[in-house]
Design a protein around this ligand. Structure first.
Ligand code: UDP
Length: 240
């Protein structure tokens, strides 16, 4: 068995990892399945942080577009609150599979979580807990992908894993073109110049400037998350 390549890994999960495929809201079965996958990464020996999205409940841009009364920044704060709700759900799901966890939030809610600081994150890593990061960056007009890149810099993560429904980054959309090929390794600059939709540009710029590699993979395929943490080839590796 290979050793541990990355001491600290940040996993970016979309809110949809907490609901049934194509659904919305929070489903206990889906949340526990996600928690089991995080448990595998913990058992591989790395410190694990998770940035959780809110798309299963609310996305700010979509809400403000479809509404004639909610401006974008209010809608984005609502979206960030959705990630706070998801953070608590994920924390309970982890505890239900015997993984100690704590939630640190950019928008703290006293009864549910603590305010995010990198020092607080460090304390929870030292206590052997999974550190769930909710509330996004705390600022509207950003995404939880950008939050993942920012927090990875702050907590000195060695790798970001973006867990998706697909196996990685393809040359084209594999749903539209079945001949599209999976890319094993690519640079952030090539992603930008080929306009491949992986994560937003702000997130990519942060990763590139701070030399943090990103691996895009299907977390639900057996063994994938362990391979990623151990530095084996899986999904698509994006680096500077
Ligand atoms: N959001 C925000 N600032 C942030 C992170 C998130 O305003 O730093 C809001 C934004 O409205 C976004 C929503 O929170 O649509 C939920 O996050 P996201 O869409 O990234 O969730 P995911 O697609 O990963 O489930």
């Amino acid at each position: 068995m290979s050793g541990l390549k990355y001491k600290r890994v940040l996993i970016k999960l979309s809110g949809e990892s907490l609901c049934e495929k194509g659904g919305s809201g929070i489903d206990s079965g889906a949340a526990k399945l996600t928690a089991e996958k995080i448990k595998e990464a913990v058992q591989a020996g790395s410190d694990i942080a998770v940035v959780i999205g809110g798309g299963n409940l609310l996305r700010g841009a979509a809400l403000s577009l479809s509404s004639d009364m909610i401006p974008r920044d209010t809608a984005d704060y609502m979206g960030m609150l959705a990630t706070v709700i998801n953070g608590s759900a994920l924390c309970e799901a982890l505890k239900s599979v015997n993984v100690p966890a704590a939630v640190l939030s950019a928008l703290p809610v006293k009864a549910l979580n603590e305010e995010f600081t990198s020092a607080a994150a460090e304390m929870h890593f030292q206590a052997g807990e999974v550190v769930i990061l909710s509330g996004g960056t705390g600022c509207p007009f950003f995404s939880t992908d950008t939050c993942a890149a920012l927090r990875a810099c702050q907590i000195r993560a060695d790798l970001i894993v973006k867990a998706t429904k697909v196996d990685g980054v393809y040359t084209e959309d594999p749903i539209k073109n079945p001949d599209a090929e999976l890319i094993e390794k690519i640079s952030f600059s090539e992603i930008i110049s080929n306009d491949l939709k992986v994560i937003d540009h702000t997130a990519m710029t942060l990763c590139r400037e701070n030399n943090i590699p990103l691996r895009v993979l299907n977390m639900f395929k057996k063994g994938n998350i362990i391979k990623a943490v151990q530095g084996e080839r899986v999904g698509t590796e994006i680096s500077a």
